[in-house]
Design a protein around this ligand. Structure first.
Ligand code: ADP
Ligand code: MG
Length: 204
């Protein structure tokens, strides 16, 4: 079972990963965006990490809800409200349970992903974070490792697509041939989730 401590480790691992990969995320956002995705994500997840250090919420749902709220309030770009919605909706779906299992987390993240699709209007194939989130959530029913792999494959598979949502869509066909930055950061979140689960299982 996954408790609040597991969720805190997930968010802390995500913040560390975003710090490490910020330059790469910004580089991906240069040809098809405005070169701020790395700094946007870094600002947001640093705020999440600082809040978890100060007053850690007591339940899995509260950790995700607080993280989502902070992403919405600290990230300026489109990705803030979208990731904020993902985590807030997932947190609300988990309710106030002290522990949840992987399948419940998968269902909560599915509700979160659906909320992101409603908010941003993107569907799979539009070259957005949705292209990593949907396959990852599908695979999370099987295992954390399968979800990480599916997210990574989904992110890589955005390269040949033409963007139909977000800033990259302004480029039309010129958006083809570049990996989507938001799909790439979504893959980082699922890699961090696998890291947290490895620690959980005791094979650090
Ligand atoms: P901005 O585009 O405002 O500069 P970021 O650079 O932080 O924001 O984030 C860009 C990422 O946000 C894109 O790579 C894409 O994955 C995601 N994105 C943008 N618009 C949408 C949308 N409508 N639905 C889903 N994801 C979106
Ligand atoms: Mg940007």
């Amino acid at each position: 079972m996954l408790d609040a401590d597991f969720f805190r480790r997930w968010m802390t691992a995500a913040a560390a990963s975003v710090d490490r990969e910020a330059d790469r995320l910004t580089a991906l956002d240069s040809p098809i965006g405005d070169a701020d995705h790395g700094s946007n994500m870094q600002r947001g997840f640093r705020a999440v990490r600082d809040a978890l250090d100060k007053e850690p919420p007591a339940t899995p749902g509260a950790v995700l809800t607080q993280a989502g709220r902070l992403l919405i309030s600290t990230v300026g770009g489109a990705s803030g409200p979208l990731y904020g919605t993902l985590l807030r909706r997932a947190g609300k779906t988990l309710g106030d349970a002290a522990e949840v299992d992987r399948r419940q987390l998968a269902e909560a993240l599915r509700a979160g992903t659906d909320a992101v699709m409603r908010l941003g209007g993107a569907a799979p194939g539009d070259k957005t974070m949705i292209d990593a989130l949907v396959p990852a959530v599908d695979a999370l029913g099987d295992s954390f490792a399968a979800a990480r792999d599916a997210a990574e494959e989904g992110a890589v598979a955005t390269t040949p697509l033409q963007a139909r949502k977000g800033r990259a869509s302004y480029l039309g066909e010129r958006s083809i041939g570049h990996q989507d930055p938001g799909a790439t950061s979504s893959a980082l979140l699922f890699a961090a989730l696998l890291d947290a689960s490895d620690t959980e299982a005791g094979h650090e």
